[in-house]
Design a protein around this ligand. Sequence first.
Ligand code: IVH
Length: 695
Amino acid sequence: MKEIAHLSAKEAAAELARLAREIAEHDRHYYRDDAPVISDAEYDRLRQRNSAIEARFPELMRSDSPSLRVGTAPAEKFGKVVHSVPMLSLDNIFSPLEVHEFCLRIRRFLGLAEADTLSFTAEPKIDGLSASLRYENGLLVQGATRGDGSEGEDITANLRTIRDIPLHLHGRAPDLFEVRGEVYMTHQSFEALNRRQQENGRDVFANPRNAAAGSVRQLDPKITAERSLHFFAYAWGAASELQAQSQWQMLEQFRDWSFVVNPLIRRCDSPEALIAFYEDIAQRRTHLGYDIDGVVYKVDRLDLQERLGFVSRSPRWAVAHKFPAEQAETLLEDIAIFVGRTGVLTPVAQLKPVTVGGVVVRNATLHNEDYIAEKDIRVGDTVVVQRAGDVIPQIVRVVPERRPRHSKPYHMPELCPACGSHAVRETDERTGKKEAARRCTGGLICPAQAVERLKHFVGRDAFDIEGLGEKAIEAFFADGMLKEPADIFTLKARFSEGPKAIAAREGWGIKSAAKLFEAIERRRQIPLERLINALGIRHVGETTARLLARSFETEAVFFAAMQGDDGEHILEGISGIGPIVGEAIRDFFAEPHNLAALKRLLDQIRVLPAAAPRASPQSPVFGKTVVFTGTLERMTRAEAKARAQSLGAKVAGSVSKHTDLVVAGPGAGSKRAEAEKLGVAIIDEVSWLKLIGDA
Ligand code: IVH
């Protein structure tokens, strides 16, 4: 081998290319296949030669250079990465019954006959953090965290240090492909890391997932490189081409590209087989050497996945079957009452701190007084606490043998602890029974509700104002600077000296104050769905807010409709809005205090009309109101509806003068007649499929 000092630049470049390829090959044998073909010493010699050549020719360093594995220079902060295909989450299920229901729901949606097979992949659910890896022409160019699903952080340099992640896809690669999967830490590495942390007087990590998350978000990639992280590939995002026709084939493709795919993944053809897989994995769980918190079932065929689509933020074609939560015993020291933003009094157990599944638990929700009475939970009891994933800890039961002698049953206070108003249990009109929740009647005067409303208002899914966290809201509220949402937008004007005056307050500097005002300014324009969600109307969360926004499109139309006499009927006509939700919305708009506060807010902001994401305005049915009637032969009603909505159409249950199109199959009766009477266009299923380009 030629001495490095004598290499020409051309020779050096050629050798760096060869070394990158060779080292990647050995990495594959070692990390993916667990079957090294050369000794550690030989491998180290290759790496050393690579580094030495790079030291002499730094300008020749490749973007897939093996030296990136040890980390590059630290960053000041992470850039943002917008996920062009959102990173979704999964719905959770907990029982065999729900596995059957999941399969049945899919079969119904797809209109499968009993004899048709429906295959799934069954995969361990790795308890780490998900990451998205972008490959362009086979080269790893960007790696990002999930973030909120739409926008994550650029952690490319850190992910390049993970040996399970190829810097270059092996074999033929598409122009663009985003591989997604889970970054995790093994139990062994976790324990070694915590020992090191302790020896160096640093904080230890509560569990491997926190350790992996902390490691991958290090600004200095060299620290990440020392942390020994791993990666399992199991999904994908944007792709310029897709060779695979099933999840199973895709996993094979990942392996061919050099990724590590979890070896326990199986294909199953029935709910019984899925349940057997779950039980098998649950048994092996403690011996795996890494944390899993359940298993994931995915419809195998990609064409079926596409037909099934998504609801809100989760796919219809996949589900997480979670393991039961871990439990521990501890003392219930007291019961505190928390007043939520809708005025509900929630009892919260104050526990003697206890570690459950690696995390210290001090509080647990007790839900409501019926729950407390049913389990006969009393202050002073020893209780069993459980945690499931990131769900709020729960009290499962009390340990009766350890109850103190003179304990008394618990009674909820009848006055709101925040404002002293009466707290009552309303009677549910429909059932005639008392509602489970006790609510403060203090409405707008109750500080607990006002603060909580403001926190909700600026929260992630609502106005999402950076820098205006819960603490800041509480502080501004406490000294009267913020009483209602509109105040946020006049905050700057009311601080006479602008940023300086805020900066004088505890916890604020000139920079952070200026940043806050910038963040507020940015939110003077807000999409309608976020505004609706921000209002904190009972029963109206993110999904309903989106549905309302898409149905009414502008705030003017929505608010006018809700204040008009016909509000009830208009809401009834929107599929997905039931009577209880409808009533809550109308109650909100019937309250003059709310209307006044809303008007003050609207004076400050501009509301952007709703547009259905994924739906293209190019679709001929975009914005149209469609009614399906009669029997559909090529798809189920649910599928037809979901498809129409994904193209930006509104699907209504009955024909009116607002209907643009009726799709009528055989057996269509009164709706067809009504459409004929009103002169609404009527087409058959085949013409519909042609119209939307699915024929
Ligand atoms: S699939 C659209 N498969 O679980 C479906 N997720 O609750 C995307 N996870 O954010 C996820 N193992 O971090 C999938 N085999 C697996 C998984 C898995 C772990 C995590 C992932 C995701 C979360 C969903």
